[in-house]
Design a protein around this ligand. Structure first.
Ligand code: NAP
Length: 353
C-alpha cells in the first residue's frame, strides 16, 4: 500500500508543503477505497469535492489528459459564477477545492476495471492496483478525427486539435478551422489573436454554434467562412502546405494553401475501459439512469462519457455532483446505514463484511 504523500498531484495553488503535511496526517490509503473517480475534468473534480466533503476520502486518478477538455479550451464565459475564466484555471480551482476537503489525486492512467465487485479492482498503467467499493467513471471524450489522408502524419506539424496549446505557433499565418459548432467558432476567434487569416470550413451553410459566437465570428475581420465544404486530404512533406477541399454543392475539388488545420468536429466518448463490461448506447456513451448509475451497481458515471446531449462544463460538473451523492448513498446501503431522508436502496449487491 502507498502512503498519502505519494498521491499528491501537487497543489494547483503552489501550496505543496501544506498539502503534503495534510496528506501525511491522513495516513496511508485504506485497503479498500470508498470511491475511485476515473478522470480529472469538471465531472471528476466535482465528484471529488462532494465525496471528499462526505468524508469518503476519494481517490481521483487523472488519466493522461489531466484536466480533461476544459483544460484545453480558452475563455469560458458560461460557467455559472464566472463572467469569464480560462479553462485551465477553472479546473485548477476545482482541484484545489477538492484537495482542501481531503480528495487525493494520482497522475496515472486506468487500464482496467474488474467489474466483478464490489469491491471492484482498478489497475493503472503505472502498475498500481486498487480495490474500491464504488467507482465514478468520468473519463470524458476526445476530439473526433477527420479521418482523411495526411491528418495523422501531419498531427503536430500543422494539424491540431487544441488552439490553446498550438495557436501561439501560428503568428501571422494562415489557418483553417474545421467544423461549425461552438468549439470551432470559439477557437477560431481565439486563433485570430495570432493568425493573419482564419477560414472556417463547414460542411453545411448553417452553423450549429450558438448565436453569440456566430455574431462574434461573423463580425471578426480576420475570419472567413467556407460553406458547404469538406476536407478530403491534408498535404505537405514535413508540415501542412495545402488542404484539398470539396465543395459539396458544385462537386468541385481544389487545393488551397494554408499553414495550419485546427479540427473541431465534435468528440467521441472515452469508453475503452467499459467495452463489453457496461451498457453503452449506439454512439458509445455509457448508459446511466437518473441516479447516474450504470448497468453495474456501484459503478456510476458523469460527464461526457455518458452525456450525448448537453456536454457543457457546468452540466458535467452537475452530473459529477449527482454521481457523488448517489455513490455516498450506495456506500451507506452497503454498510446497512440509513441515508438521511432516503428510504430507497441503492445497493443491490452487499459487500462482504
Ligand atoms: P458539436 O456541437 O457536435 O459540433 C461539431 C461540428 O462539427 C458540427 O458543426 C458538425 O457539422 C461538424 N462535423 C461533425 N463531423 C464532421 C465531419 N466528419 N466533417 C466535417 N464536419 C463535421 O461539437 P463542439 O463544437 O465540439 O461542441 C460540443 C459541445 O460543447 C456542444 O454542446 C457545445 O455547445 C459545447 N461547447 C460550448 C461552448 C460555449 O458555450 N462557449 C464552447 C465549446 C463547446 P453539422 O453542424 O453539420 O452537424
Amino acid at each position: 500500500m502507498l502512503d498519502g504523500l505519494s498521491f499528491n498531484l501537487g497543489s494547483a495553488g503552489g501550496e505543496e508543503a501544506v498539502e503534503e503535511t495534510q496528506a501525511a496526517e491522513r495516513g496511508p490509503r485504506p485497503e479498500i477505497e470508498n470511491v475511485i473517480i476515473v478522470g480529472s475534468g469538471p465531472a471528476g473534480w466535482s465528484a471529488a469535492i462532494y465525496t471528499a466533503r462526505a468524508d469518503l476520502r476519494p481517490l481521483l486518478i487523472t488519466g493522461n489528459d489531466v484536466g480533461g477538455q476544459i483544460a484545453l479550451t480558452t475563455e469560458v464565459e458560461n460557467f455559472p459564477g464566472f463572467d469569464s475564466i480560462q479553462g485551465p484555471e477553472l479546473v485548477e480551482r476545482m482541484q484545489r477545492q477538492a484537495e482542501r476537503f481531503g480528495a487525493e489525486a494520482l497522475i496515472d492512467y486506468v487500464t482496467e476495471i474488474d467489474m466483478a465487485g464490489p469491491p471492484f479492482t482498478v489497475r493503472t498503467a503505472g502498475g498500481l492496483e486498487f480495490k474500491a467499493k464504488s467507482v465514478i467513471a468520468a473519463t470524458g471524450a476526445s476530439p473526433r478525427r477527420l479521418g482523411v489522408p495526411g491528418e495523422e502524419l501531419l498531427t503536430g506539424r500543422g494539424v491540431s486539435y487544441c488552439a490553446t496549446c498550438d495557436g501561439f505557433f501560428f503568428r501571422n499565418k494562415d489557418i483553417m478551422v474545421i467544423g461549425g459548432g461552438d468549439s470551432a467558432l470559439q477557437e477560431a476567434l481565439f486563433l485570430t489573436k495570432f493568425a493573419a487569416r482564419v477560414r472556417i470550413v463547414h460542411r453545411r451553410d448553417q452553423l450549429r454554434a450558438g448565436v453569440t459566437l456566430q455574431r462574434r465570428a461573423q463580425a471578426n475581420p480576420k475570419i472567413e467562412f467556407v460553406w458547404n465544404t469538406v476536407v478530403t486530404s491534408i498535404n505537405g512533406q514535413n508540415k501542412v502546405e495545402t488542404v484539398t477541399l470539396r465543395d459539396l454543392v458544385t462537386g468541385e475539388t481544389y487545393d488551397t494553401p494554408t499553414d495550419g488545420v485546427f479540427v473541431y468536429i465534435g468528440h467521441l466518448p472515452n469508453n475503452e475501459l467499459f467495452l463489453g463490461k457496461l451498457a453503452l448506447d449506439e454512439d458509445g456513451h455509457l448508459i446511466t439512469d437518473k441516479l447516474m448509475r450504470t448497468s453495474v451497481p456501484g459503478i456510476f458515471a458523469a460527464g461526457e462519457i455518458q452525456d450525448h446531449r448537453f456536454k457543457q462544463a457546468a452540466t458535467s460538473a452537475g452530473q459529477g455532483v449527482a454521481a457523488a451523492m448517489e455513490a455516498e448513498k450506495y456506500l451507506a446501503d452497503l454498510e446497512d446505514r440509513t441515508y438521511p431522508g432516503d428510504e430507497g436502496t441503492h445497493a443491490e449487491v452487499k459487500l462482504a463484511a
